[in-house]
Design a protein around this ligand. Structure first.
Ligand SMILES: [Zn+2]
Ligand SMILES: [Zn+2]
Length: 182
């Protein structure tokens, strides 16, 4: 049996690797969007491989799509939130310039399953009940990539308050989310 201090240190190392994965994926997404008129890939049909295949030529590494704390048969541990999926469904493409405040809008979040979008319970049909978000995968929080390319570890409620990071366009607060101003 591992002493708790070693287990914690090991989990901390995984958390750091995961954060670095997201940073590299963010660079891949940025290069992709530069080549495609600022368009971001979408995850409309994630079971076909989704964004991880689309940006593979830019990152040339499939290991970075798997969080070391998830493991198993997973191929992709990070997914786009519902805003990306819905924008893709309605407009065909979504571009980085459509996002008014790129520094506080989540681009990729850790999830449980790559078979559907990274649904959070405040903005989409929540399945499973707390959404397809791995809220506490690393020491009570999870890692996130933002539209501007920076990465950060956050606890669940920090993604909803003081500003909602799950939906880029103005909306009213709810019991879970603080909403977003014009
Ligand atoms: Zn992770
Ligand atoms: Zn919101």
């Amino acid at each position: 049996m591992l002493f708790p201090v070693f287990a914690r240190a090991r989990e901390k190392a995984r958390q750091t690797t995961c954060l670095s994965n997201l940073k590299q994926i963010g660079l891949g997404l940025e290069m992709y969007s530069q080549d495609y008129d600022e368009c971001l890939p979408d995850e409309y049909r994630p079971s076909c491989g989704g964004y991880a295949e689309v940006i593979q030529p830019y990152v040339r590494n499939s290991d970075i799509f798997v969080c070391p704390s998830q493991g198993g048969e997973t191929h992709v541990s990070y997914g786009f939130p519902e805003w990306n999926i819905q924008a893709a469904a309605y407009f065909g493409v979504i571009t980085a310039i459509d996002i008014p405040s790129p520094c506080d809008v989540i681009m990729l979040a850790e999830n449980w399953s790559s078979w559907y979008s990274t649904r959070d319970p405040a903005h989409s049909f929540a399945f499973p009940p707390d959404g397809n978000v791995a809220w506490d995968r690393h020491n009570g929080g999870a890692n996130y990539l933002f539209v501007d390319g920076h990465v950060k570890w956050l606890k669940k409620m920090q993604t909803y308050s003081p500003v909602c990071m799950w939906w880029p366009w103005p909306h009213a607060p709810t019991s879970l989310c603080s909403g977003r101003q014009e």
